[in-house]
Design a protein. Structure first.
Length: 264
């Protein structure tokens, strides 16, 4: 199993924080979709609800939840200090407008979690960086109120298949996360009652494989293992990457959206 270096991951995302909102599209789509699931399954304005967000990034999901549930109280977390600063800045107008009580904390979701209960736990495209999803969900189940709800999106096994195959064919470990199958994600969610899971494919096109790899780096989703990949291997992978008829390349984001109750 690929071992993610979480200190490196935090550094990668901190470096990406300034330009992140300008260059992402799959992440924005996933945030909107997940927010719609949360608000459709939450009554009124979220009054008296305590919400924990894991892996907030720049606040793509945070802003949308706050817009729809301004009566809730939020604990917003991320592994990257700079992403957290960006999220705080991006949500400031909403927090001022509605008087939303919000705390921001640096948090690595593979470590200790808050020692309190929440009505809603939300995470947008963060769990693919966790090696033990089942273990994390067991910990989250313990801090979710009875009849509380978990909502998360993640990337699954059909994500970046051509790229990952080329790393394997060149006998080089792919320097990113291992993406779980839908069946594995479903099994990991078994503690949560009435768990509903859906999947979608989001396609992005780039003018070259080099541009695709640079995009991953710019979003913070580049090398997260610390294992060096030689320039020669990278050039070979770029040459071998399958091209579209027009000469560009395509990358698939296999998105999975999950919602479940904590009630046993």
């Amino acid at each position: 199993m690929t071992k993610i270096d979480h200190k490196l991951l935090a550094s990668n995302f901190s470096r990406a924080s300034e330009n992140y909102d300008r260059i992402v599209s799959a992440q924005l789509y996933a945030a909107r979709k997940l927010a719609s699931l949360i608000t459709a399954n939450t009554k009124n304005s979220g009054a008296n609800l305590r919400i924990l967000e894991l892996g907030c990034g720049t606040g793509l999901l945070t802003r949308q939840i706050m817009s729809e549930l301004p009566g809730a109280e939020f604990l917003v977390t991320d592994i990257s200090p700079e992403m957290l600063i960006k999220c705080r800045k991006n949500t400031l107008p909403l927090r001022k407008k509605h008087g939303i009580k919000t705390a921001f904390e640096i948090l690595d979701i593979t470590g200790e979690l808050p020692d309190e209960k929440f009505d809603i736990i939300a995470a947008g495209l963060a769990f693919q960086w966790v090696e033990d999803l089942s273990g994390l969900l067991r910990k989250l189940h313990k801090i979710t109120h009875v009849s509380g709800k978990l909502f998360f999106s993640t990337l699954a096994e059909n994500t970046f298949v051509p790229l990952r195959n080329l790393f394997a064919e060149n006998n080089v470990e792919y320097p990113g996360p291992e993406f779980l199958s839908l069946a594995e994600i479903t099994k990991a969610c078994s503690l949560f009652t009435n768990c509903k899971i859906c999947e979608e494919s989001f396609q992005e096109e780039y003018h070259s494989a080099a541009a695709f790899l640079e995009h991953l780096r710019e979003t913070g989703a580049g090398n997260a293992t610390g294992h060096l990949v030689s320039p020669g291997i990278l050039r070979k992978i770029i040459r071998q990457y399958p091209r579209l008829p027009g000469g560009g390349v395509s990358a698939e984001y296999h998105l999975v959206f999950t919602q479940g109750l904590s009630l046993d």
